[in-house]
Ligand binder design. Structure first.
Ligand SMILES: Cc1ncc(COP(=O)(O)O)c(C=O)c1O
Length: 435
């Protein structure tokens, strides 16, 4: 029940939100058109302030509600919130190294197949766990790898596959899941950029043993900072939870005690009998928890996932239609059988286009059209990888093309049709002036 004071404050929050929203209108070349951003409405702001008024500054009731609701949205049994998508990736992969998995656990020196081109923290957990990334190339146009490339990379020490769906576009996760099954490999889907995307009618993030998401403002749903690990496997879920929560064996919520009814009645490790279960540690863990402020915002955002996805698809399609046939550019396309909830609109400048990415990006940025490169491009070319152990299978030709010639512009729901048309017109005008 809300008190009168709470109601009054939240009413003022709504008023404040409306004041902040006074729309100056879109002024081409002046209004910044971000490549991505959070879309926060009145209800979101109220949810966030409401949690703050209740001083729910650690994880609590909204976090658990979000976890249940998000797992339900994806049709999976368990979701565990984290403080970021990178933390979610770290937890997902680290869970696969734990003793609960017996002989199947990943051990130092084991190999994990991934792609060379993408976001670094899909790969960092592989190295952070003493494992060896095996890099394969991706395709131009979809910016994803193929099951054939992954199959060619499987060697005697391969134990897992961990790949991100590129900018919302699903890779053939069904075929890769089947490969994983046949070769007894674990499969982790980094779904940070693709929440709400479908492959053959099935949501991405539901094909692997584990999936991860990010709730940073650029992503499909936001909590400011945040992430999630999802799985259907209750054993893996329990390990993820423990690793997230300091490695503890106990699962009581803050303020709860003895939900296992054996708090002082167990023999654990070499501890004295009955050592407090709340302080018994079964994993070498982290603290990667979120707060209820984040989760309250996330819950409010979750109801808008379908609407956000529709706007992303609409914006992407308009750019695709408007730019069709423009010379010198490789336009993006969905992978076969997919219905992507796009993260961005990717363009690759053909090497013989008569202009460079640098020229085009400079032109767009001068018109206040925000651009981004495809994250790291070829990760192996970064200083961080200079002294790391990894294996490359095949040539990384396309990853290099992407590093040199690819960028993306926004499709997020904050962009209107008028803005999208201006973006497309700007690209067309630039190309027309250079040929
Ligand atoms: C594919 C992918 N994985 C992981 C992350 C990391 O998410 P976060 O920024 O929440 O740590 C990102 C970030 O954008 C990403 O694009």
């Amino acid at each position: 029940m809300m008190t009168d004071a709470q109601e009054l404050i939240l009413e003022q929050v709504r008023k404040y939100h409306r004041e902040q929203q006074s729309d100056p209108g879109f002024v081409p070349g002046v209004t910044p058109l971000l490549p991505s951003g959070a879309v926060i409405d009145e209800d979101d702001r109220v949810a966030l302030v409401g949690a703050a008024l209740d001083l729910r500054i650690a994880a609590g009731v909204s976090s658990r509600r979000f976890e249940r609701a998000f797992a339900r949205t994806l049709g999976l049994r368990k979701a565990h919130l984290t403080n970021s998508g990178s933390s979610a990736n770290l937890l997902a992969l680290t869970a696969l190294t734990q003793r609960e998995l017996g002989d199947r656990r990943l051990r130092p020196g084991d190999e994990v197949i991934t792609v060379a081109c993408g976001f670094p923290t899909t790969v960092s957990p592989i190295l952070q766990n003493g494992l060896v990334p095996v890099f394969v190339d991706v395709e131009l146009g979809t910016y994803n790898t193929t099951a054939e490339r992954v199959a060619a990379a499987i060697g005697p020490r391969t134990r897992a596959i961990m790949i991100a769906h590129a900018l919302g576009n699903p890779y053939p996760a069904d075929e890769i899941a089947e490969l994983a099954r046949r070769h007894d490999l674990f499969f982790v889907e980094d779904n940070c950029d693709a929440v709400g995307s479908y492959l053959h009618g099935r949501l991405t993030g539901t094909f692997g043993h584990l999936a991860t998401t990010s709730f940073y403002p650029a992503h499909h749903l936001t909590m400011g900072e945040g992430g999630c690990v999802l799985t259907n496997d209750l054993k893996l879920a329990r390990v993820v939870e423990s690793l997230r929560d300091w490695g503890r064996d106990c699962w009581c919520e803050p303020g709860e005690n003895d939900t296992c009814r054996k708090r002082f009645g167990q023999q654990q490790g070499l501890l004295p009998f009955g050592y407090d279960h709340k302080y018994t540690f079964s994993h070498v863990g982290y603290n990667l928890k979120n707060t209820d402020l984040q989760a309250a915002l996330g819950l409010s955002q979750l109801g808008k996932l379908a609407e956000f996805g529709a706007a992303r698809r609409r914006n992407w399609q308009r750019l695709r239609d408007e730019l069709d046939g423009v010379p010198g550019l490789i336009l993006p396309g969905p992978t076969p059988g997919s219905d992507p909830s796009w993260f961005g609109f990717v363009l690759t400048v053909e090497p013989d286009a008569g202009f460079t990415r640098r020229d085009l990006v400079a032109y767009l940025e001068a018109r206040r059209i925000g651009t981004r490169v495809l994250f790291a491009g070829n990760l192996t070319r970064h200083p961080a990888f200079a002294d790391q152990t990894y294996r490359v299978v095949g040539e990384l030709t396309n990853s290099d093309v992407i590093t040199d010639h690819t960028f993306w512009i926004g499709v997020y729901p904050g962009l209107t049709t008028e803005m999208i048309e201006y973006m497309a017109r700007s690209v067309r005008e630039f190309v027309a002036g250079r040929r």
